[in-house]
Design a protein around this ligand. Structure first.
Ligand SMILES: NC(=O)c1ccc[n+]([C@@H]2O[C@H](COP(=O)([O-])OP(=O)(O)OC[C@H]3O[C@@H](n4cnc5c(N)ncnc54)[C@H](OP(=O)(O)O)[C@@H]3O)[C@@H](O)[C@H]2O)c1
Length: 342
């Protein structure tokens, strides 16, 4: 029987909230390889918030998706066929440019990186040992510059980036507070990950009051994954020389009109610093990140939670549920058999 390739196609641009109707599923033939090419059998793929930005028709730091094309993003898989001397059949590899599909042809093997399945489960290379983990590492350490005894607040604290930020901040001797959108997520960050405290931003009486209670000494470092009302409430409670690490603003990604921020004046009197960053500008930090993070995972200092959905055809549902906050931990999609986990 001829092997086919199940693929997720970008069908239409979302206006406001993205839905599964913006995607289509298609069966294609396996692509033929040219010299230098590698065919990867994807095992796990990642759905990430930045992909929502790629669905807009606008200039950005990463090219937008075009209607009718297969969506692409981070995945980890195994080399199925190789016409490239650097890769052999059976090698485990990852890249940010694999597809929402069972098999991806990688011209010239470009951007493929080998991964070691004996070091960690393969899916970890899409999370704690991959782009989100590195985002937490460089965002907190290089931009947030946390110091022992300072208060670090992280939003979307149980997610892919947030859960790692809080644990690194604890390692640096900080008082760590997280906000998340469900009581079980708050229990996870405090009881299992060792955050000092946390609150459910959806059920507190007011964000300002909750921040006052959980950050009684004010906020020195805010690792912002969410933007919007939380950022505004945080601004009113920052300390002198606070650092606001602008990692993402997921509360705004599905709005047709962004919310306004009212408390920016607090930056002035507090001589505070607010800096956005994109993890791909910091690849020089990859070796240090991998060395430290793999050590922390090995000795159990850092814990990691992922939320795995099965089947490439469910990738759109996984993407939508992650943006709605229904994921608990890093959202990945398992596309095929994982020989390393069997
Ligand atoms: N700058 C970079 O290079 C870079 C790289 C990677 C990620 N990011 C950013 O980092 C952030 C987190 O990404 P991630 O991959 O770790 O995702 P994630 O936290 O694993 O999943 C997204 C979470 O965002 C929260 N959320 C969704 N809508 C929200 C809203 N309206 N208000 C508050 N929280 C909301 C939900 O958690 P709750 O249940 O807690 O609401 C949801 O689970 C995103 O903003 C992303 O764009 C930036």
């Amino acid at each position: 029987m001829t092997q086919t390739n199940t693929q997720v196609i970008f069908k239409s641009r979302p206006e406001g909230w993205v839905s599964e109707d913006n995607f289509d599923i298609r069966q294609s033939e396996l692509p033929a390889l040219e010299d230098g090419d590698v065919l990867v059998r994807n095992i796990y793929m990642s759905v990430d918030p930045y992909m929502r930005g790629r669905m807009m028709d606008r200039q950005s730091y990463v090219p937008g998706f075009q209607i009718g094309e297969v969506l692409s993003g981070g995945a980890v898989g195994q080399v199925e066929q190789s016409k490239n001397s650097k890769f052999s059949e059976g090698d485990f590899v990852t890249s940010m440019n694999l597809g929402w599909e069972q098999f991806t042809r990688v011209p010239g093997g470009a951007m493929l990186m080998p991964v070691d399945p004996s070091m960690a489960p393969l899916s970890y290379y899409l999370g704690v040992l991959g782009m989100p983990g590195m985002t937490a590492y460089v965002g907190l350490l290089d931009i947030g510059e946390p110091k022992e005894g300072e208060t670090v607040l992280v939003s979307a604290a149980s997610g892919a980036v947030g859960q790692i930020v809080g644990q690194i901040a604890k390692l640096k001797g900080c008082h760590v507070v997280g906000s998340a959108g469900a009581d079980d997520k708050v229990a996870f960050i405090t009881d299992e990950l060792g955050f000092d405290s946390g609150f459910n931003y959806k059920t507190v009486e007011s964000l300002g009051k909750a921040l006052g209670e959980h950050c009684p000494k004010g906020i020195d470092v805010f690792f912002d994954n969410v933007g919007g009302a939380m950022l505004d409430a945080v601004l009113a409670r920052i300390n002198v020389r606070a650092r606001l690490v602008e990692c993402g603003m997921i509360s705004q990604y599905n709005l047709t009109k962004p919310e306004g921020i009212h408390n920016l004046i607090a930056m002035v009197g507090n001589r505070a610093k607010m800096q956005g960053f994109i993890v791909s500008d910091h690849f020089d930090r990859l070796p240090a990140f991998i060395a430290e993070m793999s050590g922390w995972l090995r000795d159990g200092t850092v814990k990691y939670r992922e939320d795995i959905m099965m089947g490439v055809e469910n990738a759109p549902a996984a993407f939508v549920r992650m943006l709605k906050g229904e994921n608990f931990g890093k959202q990945v999609v398992q596309i095929g058999d994982d020989p390393a986990r069997a």
